[in-house]
Design a protein around this ligand. Structure first.
Ligand code: SF4
Length: 299
């Protein structure tokens, strides 16, 4: 949500990097703070209907409480990731003209943002799939899908008429193939090193898994809320859609985990000894965990 100031970079094919899929709030008309709605919960201090500006939104599209979102009850804003859809919709699809300057555009811009966010999320995963697979046929499928998605985002009308269900199914299928391939390479000696049976969508809330063998585990869609994964090696573990809220990763190795997102990390707990993939950042609140960790060790 609104914070950074980077130069705008349009999404590109065929480069296999995810720089353009990272949020650039300085080139976005705060679409996440207007198009989306949220309800008053532990993650949001107020109700906000979809299609209306948040009460904390400044006239220049920045957030007036950006530096204190968590203490002010807006933790949900710190874990949201638009995958770079905000700047793409604002600058490319709507030519840099905001919903404020052209209020009638809002009824197309806001739904377009929700669709493009899903498309960028698919690109995020596909880009990783393309770098992880060694199978030329799979690699070709990944490239085709990335091109299909990129070419579907050339204008707003096209975006709004997309059949997302079909695309989701095709992307999901190739992501599963790459997951099988990657996990198999970590399970070359069989999966008996995993002393727990991990199944997609497993309920592992609050489970004590510290230092357990996790390489190549299938944690897709798993509920890992508040699970203890400290000092685990999650290389090759499929984390697609896993719920990592308050899961603990201090000392864990996530650098080669599969399908990890910044939003998942932002919702989790870790510290400066947590190893991360090169294109993901250590969340700000993790540095406080590290200070606490150091304090406890010196006491
Ligand atoms: S609190 Fe700030 S970041 Fe969250 S929706 Fe409102 S303006 Fe956006």
């Amino acid at each position: 949500m609104p914070s950074t100031s980077k130069n705008f970079t349009a999404p590109s094919v065929p480069a296999l990097n995810r720089e353009s899929l990272r949020p650039d709030c300085s080139n976005c008309f705060a679409l996440c703070c207007t198009a989306l709605g949220f309800s008053r919960t532990i993650d949001f201090a107020v109700d906000k209907p979809a299609g209306t500006p948040c009460q904390n939104l400044a006239p220049d599209f920045s957030c007036t409480i950006h530096d204190s979102l968590r203490p002010r009850g807006f933790r949900g804003c710190t874990v949201f990731d638009c995958f770079g859809a905000g700047q793409n919709v604002s600058q490319n699809l709507f030519g840099g003209i905001s919903w404020k300057a052209s209020p009638e555009s809002a009824k197309r811009m806001f739904p377009a943002f929700e669709i493009v966010r899903q498309l960028h999320e698919m690109l995020w995963y596909l880009t990783e799939a393309g770098t992880r697979t060694f199978d030329p046929d799979t690699s070709h499928q990944v490239d085709q899908l990335r091109r299909t998605i990129e070419s579907a985002m050339t204008d707003a009308r096209q975006v709004l008429s997309l059949n997302l269900g079909d695309l989701h199914a095709r992307v999901r299928s190739v992501l599963m193939d790459v997951s099988e391939e990657v996990r198999a390479s970590y399970l070359a000696t069989g999966d008996d090193h995993l002393d727990i049976e991990f199944t997609p969508g497993a309920d592992l809330m609050g489970r004590k898994l510290r230092s357990r063998p996790m390489c190549g585990a299938n944690l897709r869609g798993a509920y890992l809320i508040a699970a203890d994964l400290r000092d685990c090696d999650l290389s090759g573990a499929d984390l697609l859609g896993a719920d990592l809220r308050d899961a603990r990763f201090e000392g864990a190795d996530l650098s080669k985990a599969l399908y990890l997102t910044q939003a998942q990390l932002n919702a989790a707990q870790g510290n400066t000894s947590t190893r991360l993939p090169a294109d993901l950042d250590s969340p700000l609140h993790w540095s406080n965990n590290s200070q606490e960790h150091t304090r406890q060790r010196t006491e």
